[in-house]
Design a protein around this ligand. Structure first.
Ligand SMILES: Nc1ncnc2c1ncn2[C@@H]1O[C@H](COP(=O)(O)OP(=O)(O)O)[C@@H](O)[C@H]1O
Ligand SMILES: [Mg+2]
Length: 238
């Protein structure tokens, strides 16, 4: 795939502060309830995703899709129930990130006044990579989403679809086994949607976990398994 050695499933990082990656790990939430009073965003949700599996989470706006992803990422603490990555109970976003859990946020979460390359490089530096390796991994990830020509452009100069691809590149570069992608194709035309979905599929096929929230049935169709959220209740679609 032409990936730099720091990206991809096979990556194992051991230096202090970096992602500790042992064998492929599953992600699971068990009986998870999340309340934002008076709303119950997740109501007793249980989901286990195995290494190598690509799961799509569908459901209408407000159903709890983003809440589920951020709960799996450790950023939202459930009022009841538990999230585990491998055999480790997740208690914070930092801890989940150290275990290799990366998020592609809905609405991309990029810094508008930094370049595409800087947006992907900085979190790799924060995760403990050396600067040359971080820049190379970021450039590779951006090339994979078709943005090799745009690495030096400010995010605010890019189209919505290009920005979304930068966010996907950042997630793929940062992920150490688990990628949680929140509506990662909502701004993309057909060709770029295919590119992103192919990358997500390949990342899962390499032995990683991919969970993608989407309300696009064509995007969900490429997943191995589809679950549906409705008012915080999870059901199996296929
Ligand atoms: N931080 C928050 N504070 C209060 N309410 C929230 C918060 N995040 C989500 N919610 C509420 O939880 C419900 C589920 O939201 P969300 O997970 O964003 O749904 P989806 O991603 O499926 O559109 C909605 O009613 C939303 O308003
Ligand atoms: Mg959402």
């Amino acid at each position: 795939m032409g990936r730099h050695e720091l990206t991809g499933a096979e990556r194992g990082r051991s230096s202090a502060g970096r992602v500790e990656r042992g064998p492929a790990q599953s992600v699971e939430c068990r009986d998870v309830t999340v309340r934002f009073e008076p709303v119950t965003a997740l109501a007793g949700v249980s989901l286990r995703v195995q290494p190598g599996e690509f799961v799509a989470v569908t459901g209408p706006s407000g159903a709890g899709k983003s809440t589920l992803l951020w709960t799996l990422a450790g950023a939202v603490r459930p009022s009841e129930g538990q999230v585990t990555v491998g055999s480790t109970a997740i208690v914070s976003r930092d801890q989940a990130a150290r275990l290799g859990v990366a998020v592609v946020p809905q609405g991309n979460g990029l810094a508008a006044v930094l370049t595409a390359l800087e947006n992907v490089t900085l979190p790799l530096l924060a995760a403990g990579h050396g600067s040359a390796a971080a820049r190379a991994a970021a450039a590779d990830a951006l090339a994979e989403v078709g943005l090799a020509e745009s690495v030096g452009h400010l995010v605010e100069e890019l189209s919505g679809g290009q920005q979304q691809r930068v966010a996907v590149a950042r997630g793929l570069a940062l992920a150490g086994g688990v990628l949680l992608a929140d509506e990662p194709t909502s701004e993309l035309d057909h060709g770029n949607r295919e590119i992103v979905l192919t990358l997500l599929r390949a990342y899962a096929a390499a032995g990683n976990v991919v969970v993608m929230a989407t309300h696009d049935p064509e995007a969900a169709a490429v997943a191995d398994r589809v679950v549906r959220l409705d008012e915080g209740l999870l059901s199996v679609e296929r």
